[in-house]
Design a protein around this ligand. Sequence first.
Ligand code: URA
Length: 191
Amino acid sequence: MPTKPHIPLDQIKAQVEGCRRCPLAETRTNVVFGDGNSNARVMIIGEAPGKNEDLQGSPFVGAAGKYLSELLAIAGLKREEVFIANVLKCRPPGNRDPRPEEIQTCTPFLREQTRTISPEFIVTLGNFSTKFILKTDTGITRLHGKLAMAGKFKVLPVYHPAAALYDSSKRIALEDDFATLGRLLAEGQQA
Ligand code: URA
């Protein structure tokens, strides 16, 4: 079966920036397309923009973002080396959970980003991105740290850094899982 050509990232970005497919377009300040290395070996997928991300138009710029940079360092990665995106591109008011219809409407963009970037690893942060990428109902507590496959992509589900900031047992697990990512990346490089 012939495969669909990949859409250049700047074209997907233009589509996302003009998107008015759901009511989140009415309340957003900025669309948060995602940023980083478009040839990344690792793509990180969070949940949705928060207040700071909405104001600045970039993912993970608040406290969770600072912690995410520390986690990436555990895996031997710099933020600029990876690509960071979210399930939703616009902030849900008051940081409420993404709604199923919002996820359904928005994720065609994430799917195209993933196809175009074509990373070796996808790290899913928390339940929403893990459920979407792995098409599972199993929760992150059971799945974190266990390598899975989604098509050709290696997927490592981990706790969401915002959830771990105030929960030391999650923090230990999350840091452990990023150490696992570092080992997996090093193994792949030797092969
Ligand atoms: N939490 C997320 O899931 N994504 C962001 O961009 C910021 C916080």
